[in-house]
Design a protein. Structure first.
Length: 295
């Protein structure tokens, strides 16, 4: 079992085996604040504050195997295994301390605590006015991006979590994410089309799939060196880009209308991704007079 899932089960365990869904998310968030090295979960500012898509997906998997059960409001641990005893000493101590510190805290208490202590994660909250003062609500603007210079961004998701990826988009005030993969499927959690679309919508970003500017998966076989990539992209520039002017113009219109959009694909290295050549082709269109930035 993944270690991070043992964290979830240990939190449920010390709180009597059952927690409200919001309580569990907030406790997992607070727990990660104490992790000195790599955090078990990353979070985004969501409708009710800090939220981890990965933790939610892990809970769904645990439910599938009968280790937890779910109701409209609660997650409940169903087995008798002592997962706390399987954790590292520092993590075990933190969770035991949480039992003392937060044992009498309701979901409302934990929402208020996290909103006040970590304001960034409440910037997309639909209930912030219930928990924050007028001054605190106004202060949230210090954590929002209001950049409105027209910029065409590109971003890859290789090597980062869905939450880290979304936070990059949020912090750059990106309004529309253009998925430029031919086939919007991924073995990496969160980046298949429906998952990514739902996640983007949850943080106020529009998702659009534009497969016409992608590269067929068959063409992407045997890419072992930069020379292999360069050969592929030469074909892409000579054929695909010349045949997809309408789609490139569509992207330019999205940019003009929304000011800040991002083209996304898999590779972290821009030199190994077709989005570099696609974005450069768009900058060469007659009406492009803006900035290009690779995240």
């Amino acid at each position: 079992m993944y270690y991070r899932r043992k964290i979830i089960l240990s939190v449920l365990q010390v709180f009597g085996g059952e927690l409200e869904k919001i309580q569990l998310q907030k406790l997992l968030f607070l727990f990660t604040r104490f992790q000195k090295d790599k955090k078990s979960f990353d979070f985004v500012p969501y409708k009710f504050g800090c939220f981890s898509f990965q933790a939610n997906a892990d809970l769904s998997t645990l439910k599938k195997y009968g280790i937890v059960s779910e109701s409209d409001k609660f997650w409940k641990k169903e087995d008798e295994i002592d997962y706390l005893n399987e954790l590292k000493n520092d993590d075990k101590k933190t969770i035991n301390d949480f039992k003392i510190i937060y044992s009498n805290k309701s979901s409302d208490d934990l929402i208020k605590l996290t909103y006040k202590r970590y304001p960034y994660y409440s910037i997309n909250s639909t209930v912030a006015e219930k928990y924050l003062s007028d001054e605190e609500l106004k202060n949230l603007d210090n954590y929002r991006s209001f950049d409105d210079e027209i910029v065409l961004f590109t971003i890859g998701y290789e090597g980062i979590t869905l939450e880290t990826y979304l936070n990059k988009l949020i912090k750059n005030n990106i309004k529309v994410l253009c998925d430029v993969r031919k086939n919007a499927l991924s073995m990496k959690y969160g980046f298949s089309k429906s998952q990514l679309k739902n996640a983007c919508n949850g943080v106020g970003i529009e998702y659009i799939h534009i497969p016409e500017v992608g590269i067929d998966s068959e063409q992407r076989q045997e890419l072992n060196t930069q020379i292999d990539y360069d050969s592929l992209f030469q074909i892409y520039k000579e054929k695909n880009l010349k045949e997809s002017i309408d789609s490139q113009t569509k992207i330019l219109n999205l940019l003009t209308n929304n000011k800040r959009i991002a083209l996304t694909c898999f590779e972290a290295d821009i030199c190994q991704c077709h989005r570099k050549h696609l974005s450069e082709a768009i900058t060469n269109l007659k009406d492009f007079k803006y900035k290009l930035e690779h995240l």
